[in-house]
Design a binder for this molecule. Structure first.
Ligand code: HEM
Length: 395
C-alpha cells in the first residue's frame, strides 16, 4: 500500500467522522417519549395502536435509547430508521426548506395520526348519531304529541310579528347555515357516504364545489349572525317569565297550558343564545381554518383555562392548532345542527301558525295570545282584522 493510498483512506475516514451540518435536536420531552422507539409496523391502525401502547408500556415495543447524536442530514450518513424515528418524534433538526411558513419545517407530524383517527372515528360516528337521534326523537315526539294546535282556533285577525328586515336576515342566516351544514357534511362524510354510492369521479367535483360554497357562504353566515344578534339581543335578555315558561315545559306537554311570554319565550331564547354562541365559535374556528396558521386559537385558550386548574397542553405545533380547530369547528357545528333541526321542527310541523311569522311576517292573534301573551298586551304591533277567511273553530 502506498503512502498516497493510506492518506486517501485516512481522509475518507475523517470525512465520515466529521460532525454533520444538520444535527438532530432530539425532543426527549415529546409526550410519551415517542422519540425513543422504533416504528415496527405500517398502517394507520398499527401506528395508532403503537402510539397508545407506548404511553402504557413502552418496553413491549422494544424501546431503544434516545440518540441525540443521530444526525439528520441530506447525505444520509446515519441509519435511515434512526433518522425517521427522530423526525417522526418531533425532532426539528435544522431543516431548510424553500417554502416559507410556520409549518413547513415540521417533517413528520405524529399527532396528525391522532387527529385523523378522531376525525374518521368518533367525530363522524357521534356527530352522525346526534343528528339521527335528534330526528328520531322529534319523530317520536310528533307521533305522541302531534302538532301543537292553536287551542282557541284561528281568529282570522293577524298581528305583525316580524318586519321585512327581521325576516330578511333570518332567512339569510338560515339559508347560509343550511348550505354550510350540507357542504360541511359532504366534506366530512363524502369518502364514506358518497364515494361508495356515486364513485370517485362523481365525488371529486362535488367535493370541490362543496368546499367552494362552504368557504364563501361562511361570510354571509357571519354577517347575518352579527345582524341577527344586534336585531334581537334586547328581546332575548332573560326575565322572570322565562322561569315560569320552563317550569311549565313551555306548554309542550299539555294541550291547554300556555305560559306567558314577551316577544320571545324561554325556548326561543335558548335557540337564540345557542345560535349566537355556537355560531360565533364556529365562525371563529372557521376563520382559523380559512387562513391556515394565521389565527392559532388553542394554545392561548388552553393557557387561560389552565389558570383555573385545567391541565391542557400549551406547546402546540401549528398543525396541532389546525387539527384542534377542525375538530372543534365540526363538533360545534353538529351541536348547532341538532338544535336547528329542533327549531325547524317547531317552526313547521310541530306548531300550527308559527311558520307564518317568518314567511308572511304576521301571525294569527289567537296564536300570539297563546304563545306571547305579554307581547300582545304591549299593544305596539299592528293588528289586521280580516273577514275571518282563516278562522277555524277551537278544538
Ligand atoms: C327552514 C328552516 C327554518 C324555519 C322554517 C324557521 C322558522 C322560524 C320561525 C317561524 C321563527 C319565528 C318564531 C316566532 O314567531 O316566534 C324563527 C325564529 C328564529 N330562527 Fe328560524 N327557521 C329556520 C331556520 C333557522 C336557522 C338555520 C337558524 C340559525 C342558524 C334560525 C334561527 C332563528 C332564530 C335565532 C330565531 C329567533 C328565536 C326563535 O324564534 O327561536 N332559523 N325561525
Amino acid at each position: 500500500m502506498t503512502i498516497r493510498s493510506v492518506l486517501s483512506l485516512l481522509l475518507a475516514l475523517a470525512f465520515l467522522a466529521m460532525p454533520v451540518t444538520v444535527s438532530a435536536q432530539n425532543n426527549s420531552e415529546a409526550p410519551g417519549g415517542a422519540s425513543d422507539f422504533t416504528l415496527k409496523s405500517k398502517g394507520l391502525e398499527d401506528i395508532l395502536k403503537r402510539q397508545k401502547a407506548l404511553k402504557e408500556d413502552p418496553q413491549q415495543y422494544g424501546a431503544v435509547p434516545s440518540r441525540p447524536d443521530i444526525p439528520i442530514n441530506t447525505l444520509q450518513t446515519g441509519s435511515i430508521s434512526d433518522i425517521y424515528r427522530a423526525a417522526r418524534s418531533g425532532t426539528n433538526g435544522e431543516v431548510r426548506v424553500s417554502a416559507r411558513g410556520p409549518a413547513t419545517d415540521v417533517m413528520i407530524q405524529t399527532t396528525g395520526m391522532e387527529w385523523l383517527s378522531l376525525r374518521a372515528g368518533p367525530l363522524r360516528t357521534w356527530g352522525g348519531y346526534l343528528l339521527v337521534a335528534t330526528v328520531v326523537l322529534l319523530a317520536v315526539f310528533y307521533l305522541v304529541r302531534g302538532k301543537m294546535r292553536i287551542s282557541s282556533g284561528r281568529s282570522g285577525t293577524t298581528i305583525e310579528r316580524f318586519n321585512a328586515t327581521e325576516r330578511f336576515f333570518h332567512w339569510l342566516m338560515a339559508g347560509s347555515f343550511i348550505l354550510l351544514a350540507i357542504t360541511g357534511l359532504v366534506t366530512l362524510f363524502g369518502r364514506v357516504a358518497i364515494i361508495p354510492l356515486l364513485g370517485k369521479a362523481a365525488y371529486a367535483p362535488i367535493a370541490g364545489y362543496s368546499k367552494f360554497v362552504h368557504d364563501y357562504v361562511s361570510w354571509v353566515f357571519m354577517v347575518s349572525l352579527a345582524v341577527v344578534f344586534l336585531m334581537w339581543v334586547v328581546a332575548n335578555i332573560p326575565n322572570k317569565l322565562d322561569w315560569i315558561w320552563i317550569k311549565q315545559g313551555g306548554g309542550f306537554f299539555s294541550k291547554d297550558s300556555h305560559p306567558p311570554a314577551k316577544k320571545f319565550n324561554a325556548g326561543q331564547k335558548i335557540v337564540f343564545w345557542s345560535v349566537i354562541l355556537f355560531g360565533t365559535t364556529i365562525s371563529v374556528s372557521g376563520l382559523s381554518l380559512l387562513f391556515p396558521f394565521e389565527l392559532p386559537l388553542f394554545a392561548k385558550t388552553f393557557g387561560v383555562l389552565n389558570t383555573v386548574g385545567f391541565g391542557l397542553p400549551t406547546d402546540l405545533s401549528p398543525q396541532a392548532e389546525m387539527q384542534l380547530a377542525q375538530i372543534w369547528h365540526a363538533a360545534a357545528g353538529f351541536i348547532l345542527m341538532a338544535i336547528i333541526i329542533g327549531h325547524i321542527y317547531i317552526g313547521t310541523l310541530g306548531m300550527e301558525g308559527a311558520a307564518e311569522a317568518m314567511t308572511k311576517g304576521e301571525v294569527d292573534l289567537n296564536w300570539a295570545r297563546e304563545h306571547h301573551s305579554e307581547w300582545v298586551k304591549e299593544g305596539t304591533h299592528e293588528v289586521h282584522p280580516h273577514d275571518q277567511p282563516n278562522a277555524t273553530p277551537a278544538e
